[in-house]
Design a protein around this ligand. Structure first.
Ligand code: GRF
Length: 222
C-alpha cells in the first residue's frame, strides 16, 4: 500500500448517512484516507453538519447564484481541486455533473446509486423496481462519467424483494448494505488496487468483467 493516504472530497445533498459510514470506517481503521472537504449544493444538508462535527472543511454552494449548470459545476469542481482532493465521492449528491467540468476528473469520481445498474438510472429506483416486479434489487458503486448513472460499474450489493415490500422497506434494507459497499470500494482505491482504465474499472491490473459483489464478509474479489 502506498505511504501517502488518498485525499478524498465528498459531495452530498442531504442526510449524509453514506458520509457517516465513510467516516465510521475511517475511524475503525478500515479506510486509510484523508477527508479534505465535504461539499453540498444545499446549505442545510445534514451531511455538512456531520462533516463539521468531524473537523472536516465544508463547502456549501447554491446553484441559484450561478447563471447556469455548467458555471456552477466548474466552480464546484475547481474548489474541490483546490482542496487537494485526489478522489471525489458522490454520496447522495442529487445533481448531474456537467461533462466539461467533469473531464479533468474522469476516473477519479465515484457515485453510489440505489439500484442494480444499468437498471433504473435516475430517481425513484425502489418504486421502479417494485413496479417492474423485480425479485432482486440493490445498490451500485460506479465511476462517474457525463452520462447519468452510466459510468463503468465497480461493485454491487443485492437484496431479495419480498412480496410485502414497499419503497420504505426496500430502502431500509438496502441502506445498511450501501453503508458497507461505499467504504469498501473506496478502500480498494486507497490501496491503489482499484483503478480506472479507458475500458472500465481494473482490479489488480485486470479488467473487472462483472461488478464486485458484496457478501456477508465484504466484497468477493476475483
Ligand atoms: C442513497 O440511497 C444513495 O444511494 C443515493 O442517495 C442516497 C443518499 O443517502 N445516491 P444519504 O444522504 O447518504 O443518507
Amino acid at each position: 500500500m502506498s505511504a501517502t493516504p488518498l485525499k478524498v472530497a465528498v459531495l452530498a445533498s442531504g442526510r449524509g448517512s453514506n458520509l457517516a459510514a465513510l467516516l465510521a470506517a475511517r475511524d475503525r481503521g478500515e479506510l486509510p484516507v484523508d477527508f479534505v472537504l465535504v461539499g453540498s449544493d444545499k446549505a442545510s444538508a445534514h451531511a455538512l453538519q456531520l462533516a463539521k462535527a468531524a473537523g472536516i472543511a465544508t463547502l456549501a454552494l447554491s446553484p441559484r447564484n450561478y447563471p447556469d449548470r455548467r458555471s456552477f459545476d466548474l466552480d464546484l469542481l475547481a474548489r474541490i481541486a483546490a482542496s487537494g482532493a485526489d478522489i471525489l465521492v458522490l454520496a447522495g449528491f442529487m445533481r448531474v455533473l456537467d461533462g466539461e467540468a467533469l473531464a479533468p476528473w474522469i476516473g477519479r469520481v465515484i457515485n453510489i446509486h440505489p439500484s442494480l445498474l444499468p437498471k433504473y438510472r435516475g430517481l425513484h429506483t425502489h418504486r421502479r423496481a417494485l413496479e417492474a416486479g423485480d425479485r432482486e434489487h440493490g445498490a451500485s458503486v460506479h465511476y462517474v462519467t457525463a452520462e447519468l448513472d452510466g459510468g463503468p460499474l465497480i461493485a454491487q450489493a443485492r437484496i431479495t424483494v419480498h412480496p410485502d415490500d414497499d419503497e420504505d422497506t426496500l430502502a431500509q434494507r438496502l441502506l445498511p448494505l450501501e453503508h458497507r459497499l461505499l467504504p469498501t470500494v473506496l478502500s480498494l482505491m486507497a490501496s491503489r488496487r482499484l483503478r480506472w482504465s479507458d475500458d472500465g474499472a481494473q482490479l489488480d491490473g485486470q479488467p473487472l468483467r462483472t461488478p464486485l459483489a458484496l457478501g456477508e464478509h465484504g466484497l468477493h474479489l476475483p
